[in-house]
Design a protein around this ligand. Structure first.
Ligand code: PGA
Length: 248
């Protein structure tokens, strides 16, 4: 059985005052059935891990460098994230692929380094609106998946997030059958690559998940949880999504 996961991606949002939302979330959800992960900006990780010492909420980074250490001004290493209290790291988010030109090869190199540092990688894939309109969604996602998974990937150290680029931060979501098609496809691709172990990989849906649509998305085949951006910033909204997942 795969443990469901509610993951929050704060992106470039959050100052120390935002830790109050984490405290609220932890006190309202002392023992969630699903695994709860929050990925705040790297600057908050150390503070957040102190604030969550008594909590089951896990912490993650939003990116890491592919090298273990060295002359890379401004970058953060996987070991630094782990040292600051992270157990996970999001890699290959479409905003990084678009804003920083990250290729799937680069994502795979980062994921390998993250695995070596003991982190679980949350690897993102997803098509643009033009790719969906052109009917190439599955081939784009298949290529991203194969290119972004390093040889070190297992069902326990790697989670896949399907995030259609056109659904991120737009309030638009794919139909439930479109989500099912991609998630079933991801499971099949993983099984071609990993055999029976494919069943252990958790597949998250991301893109405009909110309290009002969470329950129907969590009922979709092969959806093991969500990667949530905007709605993860407020404990009340993210808490409602955790409740929907626990009830699914
Ligand atoms: P959103 O972002 O929930 O604000 O659409 C999701 C994400 O980018 O991970």
């Amino acid at each position: 059985m795969r443990r469901k996961m509610a993951a929050g991606n704060w992106k470039m949002n959050g100052l120390r005052a935002s830790l109050a939302e984490l405290g609220l979330l932890a006190s309202k959800h002392p023992a969630p059935v699903c695994e709860v992960l929050i990925c705040p900006p790297a600057t908050l990780l150390g503070w957040a891990s102190e604030a969550l010492l008594q909590s089951e909420i896990r912490l993650g980074g939003q990116d890491c460098h592919s090298e273990k250490s060295g002359a890379h001004t401004g970058d953060v290493s996987a070991a630094m994230l782990a040292d600051a209290g992270a157990s996970h790291v999001i890699l290959g988010h479409s905003e990084r692929r678009a804003d920083h030109g990250e290729s799937s090869d680069m994502v795979a190199a980062k994921a390998r380094t993250a695995h070596m540092a003991g982190l679980t990688a949350v690897i993102c894939v997803g098509e643009t609106e033009a790719e969906r309109d052109a009917g190439t969604t599955l081939s784009v996602i298949g290529a991203q998946l194969q290119g972004s998974l390093p040889a070190t990937a297992t069902g326990t150290n790697t989670i896949i997030a399907y995030e259609p680029v056109w659904a991120i931060g737009t309030g638009r979501t794919p139909t439930l059958s479109q989500i099912a098609e991609v998630h079933d496809f991801l499971r099949a691709e993983l099984s071609g690559r990993h055999g029976a172990e494919a069943e252990a990989f958790r597949l998250l849906y991301g893109g405009s998940v909110k309290p009002s649509n969470a329950a129907e998305i969590f009922a979709v085949s092969n959806v093991d949880g969500a990667l949530v951006g905007g709605a993860s910033l407020k404990a009340s909204d993210f808490g409602a999504i955790i409740d929907a997942l626990d009830a699914a």
